[in-house]
Design a protein around this ligand. Structure first.
Ligand SMILES: Cc1cc2nc3c(=O)[nH]c(=O)nc-3n(C[C@H](O)[C@H](O)[C@H](O)COP(=O)(O)OP(=O)(O)OC[C@H]3O[C@@H](n4cnc5c(N)ncnc54)[C@H](O)[C@@H]3O)c2cc1C
Length: 1003
């Protein structure tokens, strides 16, 4: 053979076939349309005309769109198909270029024979340098395309070779058939690596240059080759008579690596040494690299054959070791261009298998039990890389600082100990030339004993980096499925299957840690580059990259944080089951919590239909109960509570309560309790909203404020005795209660201002003070008051207060007047002003303990606030319903109100605002369920501000649409409005909550 002819797309450049499929998918063109159009139109179509330069790219777009439209039977626009292909085919496959260079060095002629086209700029498509070829034949330039004979003949004549002296590589069968019939030898290219291997066999010459990936040695990296040769002769008896040709591998950032070539009769070698200059402690330990490679190499892991280790710095300036050069493919680009999807899959499978082999090495048998410490690997690593980072810090990277705090708080428990490679990436494996099989694993610099999952996570880094990312090429945005590359989840699954592990639920922690580590390494390289020590040209740009990596790391930390947050959901069987996750003898040591499965159930239900069936049933029963029993009596209740009898309960009330109780619609508010329905906050939120549709409804279901909050206090903090005495009758709906905190003489938004006193007197407590806005105080059924006062004015600010249970008939308790809200007195509940004058109760009436007042108040207010908000949403829904009904029937100036734009806008705005509020409240309820009231403090404060003000606006629009009727007692709107407005002050004014939100936000 004298010449090799290469096709362009699919041989020297990536294949256009997968790109076409991808294009069709993206543009929603029926799959297969493009190739079918090319085939069906044949010689008469736009495609061959484009190939022979008869039409240019722009003209092609027009004609080809029409052709595709006819074939697909629907409108198809492929104007940008060619630019799409051009974009995807711009980088040549490095292995092929390398083969071409080798061919030329061996004296073979090379040609490029391509069917291409004239681009919109008038130039032909040729995204590869002509310098690689002796002859370039472009169909669009010469006016004839493959598989027509003249183009082959032209190529042969320009090469000045006979057909039988040439080999032609193409990915299209018809092109090969034509070449073959002319007597040219052919190779069908499906996978370029396989094809190059076949070419290599045919020609019997190596087609991978030994110099591949190397550069001349930089001045600061040179060493004494004479002394080195002397050393080899002394140690290995090699009898070398001359100095070697030395080149430096551009691969690898840290330990300088050299290709040592003593000519054709001596095996080529690779030398790895420490970098010169002052180094960070424990870094660049080539001695360790040598030791581990020797050890794992004897236990099933393929590594390059090792020749010698020299720890004597006097030979070439630093310690070093020498190994044989292993021939094979190193894939720099993780998208593996030029391969078939099948081969790509195998490459990744091999990588995972090799990783498993490394992790399965028996460290005792391999004699490396002391190669690293046992246990707490990740913790130590976090410490090491934190220190390394801090030593190399050149500027502040905020996400790095956050990770430094976060990682130690989220360490995995129960790690196993195995060999870890420490730098698992596709280009640290050498693959066989003819098939995807690992023949050596390289770069053991960061290896140690530790948690194997850290290796696995590290190997997944490219999935989160863009394709053009410097130093490590990424896979982000690549169509993995199309290319046959497993996703990172599939890698994880393969690994777990192979190692017989169940799912690794905290894998995002390991990802965060991996990115942190790589950021720290890059920062080190960056600092060294500033001092001229780094072994790569790219080092200078790594400063910015460190920042990018640590930002990605932080995004994983946030993701893991959210998973942990969800995991704490007490309501839906929070799954923190421990699973033994390691095969064989270590099985007990290795366990990880498994939440992912139960996580499915922990989604926030944003619609009633997403609730558990039993709650949906309750919801529907409640709606029915409202229809059957509540709305029909609403007017009667309203009239009664405006009459002179209003300070006694409506005569129907107790009957309705009994009905609700027997219908199972009772105490629905109490979560996780023996007493209530055992609903979580989200579930109750939906029910609470229904009750909020009528001001009188909550009490019918024993779900009204302030009793609900008081019952929660007793359920959570009360003694058995207190529960028996007060909680039980409250739960049974026999008595009512109130909560006395606010005082007229001090600003009570700040509860530390409270002046009422609690003094000890023997075994009794004596209470004095004046309270107001004590809701429920006026009700004749009110039997118990929770009183908040100060028992120790010298204690810390939030420890001075206590809560004491005061029976309403205790001497000295004097209810002096009802207060009104916009004139409403809320009879029979009422908001009372109450004087406590030397009120004496037994010490046992203290709730929890002296000084716990604030703590109890906080616990009480979370659920209380969310209940208020959900009820308000019910009021808003009802107001909107009433408004919609009203505007359909009222006619002004000749038209129904419902036809007015302003009314339509008001309806729309109200719908938007109600739904916004509901979602925020549901999210808050969910957070309370999964993380607890404390963790949801900000969200609770947010709804407490957002909902009353928004609902006020919704009701206000309804009021306006109603005209004067809305303000009257004939409709519930005025009552709703007064209550929603009051709630901007009750339970703490907006400003106080806003201050708390902002504080948390800023923190
Ligand atoms: C209908 C209703 C029912 C109630 N029920 C009860 C009950 O059952 N039990 C009970 O103890 N109390 C109850 N309250 C009282 C309520 O909790 C208090 O009114 C509330 O805590 C505010 O206290 P204050 O009225 O003393 O206002 P102040 O503390 O005097 O505050 C006045 C205003 O100052 C502003 N302000 C306060 N702090 C800040 C700040 N940090 N930054 C900026 N501005 C600020 C706010 O606008 C606030 O409205 C009820 C109130 C209402 C209206």
């Amino acid at each position: 053979f004298r010449a090799v002819i290469f096709d362009m797309g699919g041989v020297v450049l990536p294949s256009p076939f997968p790109m076409t499929k991808e294009y069709e998918l993206q543009k929603k063109i029926p799959p297969g349309t493009i190739w079918k159009t090319i085939k069906d139109y044949g010689d008469k179509g736009a495609w061959p005309k484009l190939e022979i330069g008869e039409i240019n790219a722009e003209e092609f777009g027009q004609i080809f769109s029409e052709e595709c439209t006819k074939i697909a039977g629907e409108t198809v626009n492929v104007h940008d198909f060619l630019p799409y292909l051009e974009h995807g085919m711009k980088s040549p496959i490095s292995e092929v270029l390398d083969a071409i260079n080798c061919l030329r060095q061996e004296g073979y002629k090379t040609a490029l024979l391509t069917n291409n086209w004239i681009q919109s700029d008038g130039k032909s498509l040729l995204p590869i340098s002509r310098d690689h070829f002796d002859v370039v034949i472009e169909s669009a330039v010469v006016g004839v395309n493959k598989p027509k004979y003249p183009i082959y003949n032209l190529c042969l004549s320009q090469l000045n070779v006979k057909p039988e002296d040439t080999i032609f590589l193409d990915d299209m069968q018809p092109n090969l058939v034509a070449a073959k019939s002319l007597g040219i030898h052919t190779i069908k290219v499906e996978d370029v690596h396989v094809a190059i291997n076949e070419l290599e066999q045919q020609l019997n010459i190596p087609l991978t240059s030994t110099n591949k990936g190397t550069t001349p040695v930089r001045k600061e990296m040179q060493f004494d080759t004479r002394k080195f040769t002397e050393y080899l002769n002394n140690q290995l008896n090699m009898g070398l008579t001359h100095e070697p040709e030395v080149r430096e591998f551009s691969h690898g950032q840290s330990n300088p690596t050299y290709l040592i070539d003593y000519g054709p009769n001596v095996t080529k070698m690779v030398l790895r040494k420490k970098p010169p200059g002052k180094l960070l402690p424990s870094a660049h330990a080539v001695e360790r690299e040598y030791r581990i490679m020797k050890a794992v190499g004897n236990h099933g892991v393929k590594v390059p054959p090792l020749l010698a280790l020299c720890e004597d710095s006097s030979i070439i300036g630093t310690p070093f070791y020498v190994m044989e050069l292993v021939q094979g493919n190193i894939y720099k680009d993780p998208s593996l261009p030029g391969m078939t999807p099948e081969s790509r899959k195998k490459v990744y499978r091999e990588m995972v298998d090799t990783l498993c082999k490394i992790h399965r090495v028996d460290i005792d048998k391999a004699g490396i039990n002391d190669y690293g410490k046992h246990g707490n690997y990740v913790e130590r690593q976090v410490g090491i890389w934190t220190k390394q980072y801090q030593r190399s810090e050149t500027h502040t990277i905020p996400s790095m600082n956050r990770l430094i705090t976060w990682l130690p708080q989220h360490l995995p428990t129960n790690e196993v100990t195995s060999v870890v490679h420490g730098d698992v990436r596709i280009d640290n494996f050498i693959f066989r030339r003819d098939q995807p099989e690992v023949v050596a694993t390289l770069d053991w610099e960061l290896s140690t004993l530790g948690d194997p999952i850290s290796d696995l996570a590290y190997s997944c880094i490219p999935y989160f980096l863009p394709t053009n990312f410097p130093i490590i090429s990424g896979l982000k945005g690549v169509n993995l499925n199309e290319l046959g590359i497993p996703t990172h989840e599939q890698i994880l699954e393969m690994y777990c299957n192979e190692m017989q592990l169940p799912n690794i639920d905290n894998f995002d922690f390991y990802m965060a840690f991996s990115f942190f580590r790589v950021a720290s390494i890059l920062q080190g390289v960056y600092k060294r580059s500033k001092q001229g020590q780094a072994s790569s040209d790219q080092a200078g740009v790594t400063g910015k990259l460190a920042e990018h990596m640590s930002d990605i790391g932080w995004s994983f930390a946030s993701k893991e944080g959210f998973r942990l947050f969800n995991k704490t959901n007490p309501s839906i069987g929070s799954g923190t089951r421990k699973y033994s996750t390691h095969a064989g003898k270590d099985s007990e040591k290795y366990s990880r919590s498994k939440v992912a499965e139960s996580n499915k159930d922990m989604k926030l239900p944003i619609h009633v239909s997403a609730l558990p069936p039993s709650t949906q049933q309750l919801h529907s029963n409640l709606l029915q109960f409202m229809e059957d029993h509540v709305y029909p009596v609403e007017k009667s209740f309203s009239e009664y509570y405006s009459s002179e009898n209003r300070w006694t309960p409506h005569p129907e009330l107790e009957k309705l309560k009994a009905k609700a109780k027997s219908a199972g619609l009772w105490n629905l508010f109490l979560p996780h309790s023996d007493h209530g329905a055992g609903l979580c906050n989200v579930e109750y939120a939906y029910l609470c909203e229904v009750m909020g549709r009528c001001l009188y409804a909550p009490e019918i279901f024993n779900c009204s404020a302030p009793d609900t909050g008081n019952m929660e206090v007793l359920a959570e903090f009360g003694t058995e005795d207190q529960k028996q005495r007060w909680l039980k009758p409250l739960l049974d709906g026999e008595i009512r209660s109130c909560f006395a905190m606010t005082e007229p003489q001090v600003a009570s938004s700040d509860a530390t201002n409270i002046e009422s006193s609690i003094d000890e007197d023997g075994d009794r407590l004596v209470l004095n003070g004046r309270k107001w806005w004590t809701s429920g105080a006026m009700d004749p059924r009110m039997k118990i008051i929770i009183f908040m006062g100060k028992n120790d004015k010298n204690a810390a600010r939030h420890k001075q207060q206590s809560m004491v249970l005061v029976p309403s008939d205790t001497p000295g308790v004097e209810i002096i007047r009802p207060l009104t809200v916009f004139g409403f007195d809320d009879a029979p509940v009422g908001h009372g002003e109450v004087i406590f004058n030397n009120v004496s109760v037994p010490k046992e009436n203290m709730i929890l303990e002296p000084g716990a007042g604030f703590k109890i108040a906080q616990a009480r207010l979370g659920p209380g606030r969310i209940h208020h908000c959900m009820r308000l949403i019910g009021s808003a829904e009802r107001s909107l319903d009433l408004m919609k009904e009203r505007v359909k029937s009222r006619v002004t100036f000749g038209r129904a109100l419902v036809t007015r734009d302003t009314i339509l806008r008001d309806i729309a705005t109200s719908r938007i605002e109600i739904d916004q509020c509901r979602l925020l409240v549901l999210m808050t309820a969910h957070m309370m369920d999964v993380a607890g009231n404390k963790a949801a403090a900000k969200e609770i404060a947010m709804i407490k501000v957002a909902v009353p003000i928004t609902v006020s606006r919704v009701i206000d629009r309804a009021l306006q649409a109603f005209g004067a009727a809305g303000l009257s007692g004939d409709f519930p709107l005025a009552g709703f409005y007064a209550w929603s407005r009051a709630l901007r002050i009750a339970d703490g004014p907006d400003a106080v909550h806003e201050a708390a939100i902002a504080k948390k936000e800023l923190a």
